[in-house]
Design a protein around this ligand. Sequence first.
Ligand SMILES: Nc1ncnc2c1ncn2[C@@H]1O[C@H](COP(=O)(O)OP(=O)(O)OP(=O)(O)O)[C@@H](O)[C@H]1O
Length: 465
Amino acid sequence: MADWDYEIFWTETIKHIKGELEEQEFAMWFNIEYLRSTERELIVAVPSSFYRDQVKQRYQSYIENKIRELTGKDLSIQFEVQSKKDPPKTPAAPEKTESLPEQKKPARETKSQKSAKQNHSQLRKDYIFDNYVIGDNNNFASNAAMAIARNPGDAYNPFLIYGGVGLGKTHLMQAIGNYIYENSDQKVIYITAESFTNEFIHAIKEGPSKAAAFKNKYRYADVLLIDDIHFLQKKYETQEELFHTFNALYDAKKQIVFTCDRPLSELKNFSDRLSNRFGKGLNVDLQPPDYETRFAILKMKTEARGVNIPDEVIALVSKNVSSNIRDLESALIKLIAYAELVGKPITVETAQQQLKDVFASPRQTNMSIETIQRVVADYFSLSHNDLKSKKRTQNIVFPRQLSMFIAREITEYSTTEVGQSFGGRDHTTVMHACQKIEERITADPSLESTIQTLIRMIKEYSAKS
Ligand SMILES: Nc1ncnc2c1ncn2[C@@H]1O[C@H](COP(=O)(O)OP(=O)(O)OP(=O)(O)O)[C@@H](O)[C@H]1O
């Protein structure tokens, strides 16, 4: 694994730490830059030997623990002193702007993904890294996916991508498959959990030789990609079969990738031992894209279709369709179809008229939970990461419960979805939070007016962003 690069994990670790520490403390002690990595070490730069000694003493084990949580590996941090003229760069949140965003880059790969090989029969040929736009919502997941595609079976195995509908799980998973298929002779198998189940039931019905053929087919894969494993809930026999397939592949160091619509902890009627196995590797989530990323995705999709749509129209659609990327694409297709049918260019006016129902649908007007978190956190002088963190101090627990309560009041998100947005908490935590807030309102009616103030602020914030 000589060419392994832990930079993405370093970036992610720093992001977590930034969310946990006071702003000042972070700015003071995390003037640390990633340099390179070896199999067991991450080498980072600090500005002076004094700084190095202080950081080592205060934070080395804290950082190493964080990295272990993310990678599952015991990596040690080595500090190199490198004086710099430039001031430290601390990651800053992207500013929200009404203007057109700069073009984001798709996830380009260094190796060419185009070759003379025939397309893989189970993989969509356009689901490749080159067509996958990277934004803050999927940065970690897509970088991890590329690292896995370059070293299948080596480091992050199994790899689980989870997140809500239409956020790019299948695309990313198939990009891994396409990359490996194009660049090696490894046998890549992609299947949805539903087809896996149907094939399994059919094979058993057909008798022992078909059942054996089924087992062999999956156990001799080099790379197994199974989409939508939440479908396996309650399918105990298929889970059992997959458990054995998993063990055979895992022991042989073959890469396994799964997608799921929720974190493993939220799967119901799912065997613990299977869930434990899946949880062994790297689990990453995909969040809904921000405005800039939506714009970049639409821009890329229009270019790929060879249609000419003004940037103002792309901006309008990106602003008004925020639920997921599939909805974004559907809106675009609707516009293109209309323009082709009536033979007219697409303008802001036609887009507004043709997509007015889409823009007004409850899915699009639904307030994002992140907006609620940001406004409530700001009100209580916290960072919005505090609300998603595991911290249980009273100054954080109350705003967190309040945010959950407001999310249930003014959005259509389920308790499961709300819980997931608060650091992957269970839906029962959300129910408990709502009950606690209701009890507090009964005991202290002035809380009701605080809640109304917050809701007004959230709506104003949302209208501006
Ligand atoms: N980052 C991205 N860049 C470009 N296109 C994207 C991106 N993410 C998703 N898409 C596109 O959005 C559409 C939906 O993606 P995909 O089917 O992978 O979502 P999903 O999360 O698997 O959804 P589901 O849960 O419904 O199966 C696809 O056309 C995909 O190409």
